[in-house]
Design a protein around this ligand. Structure first.
Ligand SMILES: Nc1ncnc2c1ncn2[C@@H]1O[C@H](COP(=O)(O)OP(=O)(O)OP(=O)(O)O)[C@@H](O)[C@H]1O
Ligand SMILES: O=C(O)C1=C[C@@H](O)[C@@H](O)[C@H](O)C1
Ligand SMILES: [Mg+2]
Length: 385
């Protein structure tokens, strides 16, 4: 089956004109056959839509519902939605009929009053799957924040699940479900044409998700103490993700044709810090990149603001001994003193709070291979959509 849109627009109708108008808004829709008043001809025209759709019919009378859903299956429904409270023969007949076509079965459970306990929801889920559901849908009324946690927590245990809360308090779960593993979420054509309580409108949901994606479309920056692995991990992660790698120290060396040590020696730390700030400012405009920073980048406030606001900032964290051990034999200008361990400890102490303040993600790297660190980065920044 081709990839479906994540937003299933539930068409409220009720007449043909309204249905047709709402249908224009999305590539994936739910046709609520119980909500419309259509002529036979209009119904057939609707069911023949080239859009992807779920056919749902909540008319009590099982004979009428079966006739309508079978028609939808024949005319191109991608899914039919059947309530778990229907008789077994109803579910079996439709499962058998849909399997003859390219149509999947959603078995749905609704509770318009409350969200049952996790164990009860799991047993309903199991029952739906044992009836042959391709997707099990759980929609329950949310009366408290913990109800949202119950619903969203099911995603870590159940596959092929679409679970979300109804009502105002449950609204956020309709969005969050996409980030937990739901294949799609239901939206309405507008705030006045919802088919269930708490639905976002299609445009509202798209705007929120596009804002979240934009927020995630920032370069990744790696910060942390000298020798912790920023350059090595950054380079490896960029190669693996096929995105650009920029190392601020290397960038400065390229631009000045001078080594970092030599800049420190001839022009001093302040001069180096200004070059570092300018370079950071320039390179953070590239969204698809990994930027490895120098260990002291967070000492300037202007840099901290950039890292925090314009990048997804990852602190590679380890103790000073680990870091020094990694750079043994390599010169770092700030550590060319009589007692490098003491100097490094003092530097670390003065910087630790800044690393913490600026970073959005912290990774303890001690004892982890470069590949393991890259895997963790991938998991932590993974974009759901
Ligand atoms: N997780 C790791 N496992 C094994 N070796 C590592 C790991 N991380 C870094 N190294 C090694 O440690 C050394 C220092 O790493 P790297 O130069 O990437 O640190 P850095 O954080 O960029 O330091 P600086 O702030 O001084 O630029 C390198 O030789 C690198 O190969
Ligand atoms: O910790 C620091 O202040 C530094 C770290 C290195 O990456 C270089 O940027 C330079 O040695 C300064
Ligand atoms: Mg480095």
């Amino acid at each position: 089956m081709k990839k479906l849109s994540k937003y299933c627009l539930s068409i409220s109708g009720p007449d043909f004109e309204q249905c047709s108008q709402q249908l224009q808004l999305s590539e994936f829709v739910e046709l609520r056959l119980d909500l419309y008043s259509l002529s036979e001809e209009e119904l057939v025209s609707l069911l023949k839509t080239p859009k992807d759709y779920i056919a749902t019919c909540r008319i009590e009378d099982e004979k009428t519902s079966i006739t309508l859903l079978k028609k939808a299956i024949e005319l191109g429904a991608n899914f039919i939605d059947v309530d778990i409270r229907r008789t077994e023969s109803f579910i079996n007949e439709l499962r058998e009929y849909s399997s003859r076509y390219d149509c999947k079965l959603i078995i749905s459970y609704h509770n318009y009053k409350t969200t049952p306990a996790k164990e009860e929801l799991l047993s309903i889920y199991d029952r739906g799957i044992s009836f042959g559901a391709d997707i099990m849908k759980l929609a329950t009324f949310v009366n408290s924040e913990s109800d949202n946690s119950i619903l969203l927590g099911l995603y870590s245990i159940c596959d092929n699940l679409v679970a979300f809360g109804m009502g105002e308090l449950g609204k956020i779960s309709r969005l969050a479900s996409l980030y937990c593993g739901a294949q799609f979420t239901y939206v309405s054509a507008s705030s006045t044409s919802t088919t269930a309580s708490g639905q976002y409108s299609y445009s509202e949901m798209k705007n929120i998700i596009s804002a979240i994606n934009q927020e995630q479309d920032k370069p990744i920056s790696l910060i942390g103490f000298m020798g912790v692995g920023k350059t090595t991990v950054g380079d490896a992660f960029a190669k693996q993700s096929k995105i650009k790698f920029i190392d601020i120290d290397q960038e400065i060396e390229k631009q000045t044709s001078q080594s970092i040590s030599s800049i420190f020696e001839t022009k001093g730390e302040d001069y180096f810090r200004s070059l570092e700030s300018k370079t950071l400012q320039d390179v953070t405009t590239n969204p698809s990149s990994v930027i490895s920073c120098g260990g002291g980048v967070i000492t300037r406030e202007e840099n901290r603001i950039i890292l925090q606001e314009k990048t997804i900032c990852i602190w590679l964290k380890a103790d000073v001994e680990y870091c020094l051990n990694q750079i043994e034999g390599n010169n770092r200008p700030l550590l060319e003193v009589n007692d490098p361990l003491k100097k490094a400890q003092d530097l670390y102490k003065s910087r630790e709070a800044f690393y913490k303040e600026v970073s959005h993600i912290v990774i303890n790297v001690k004892g982890k291979s470069i590949a393991q660190i890259c895997k963790i980065i991938n998991e932590k920044i993974n974009k759901p959509l």
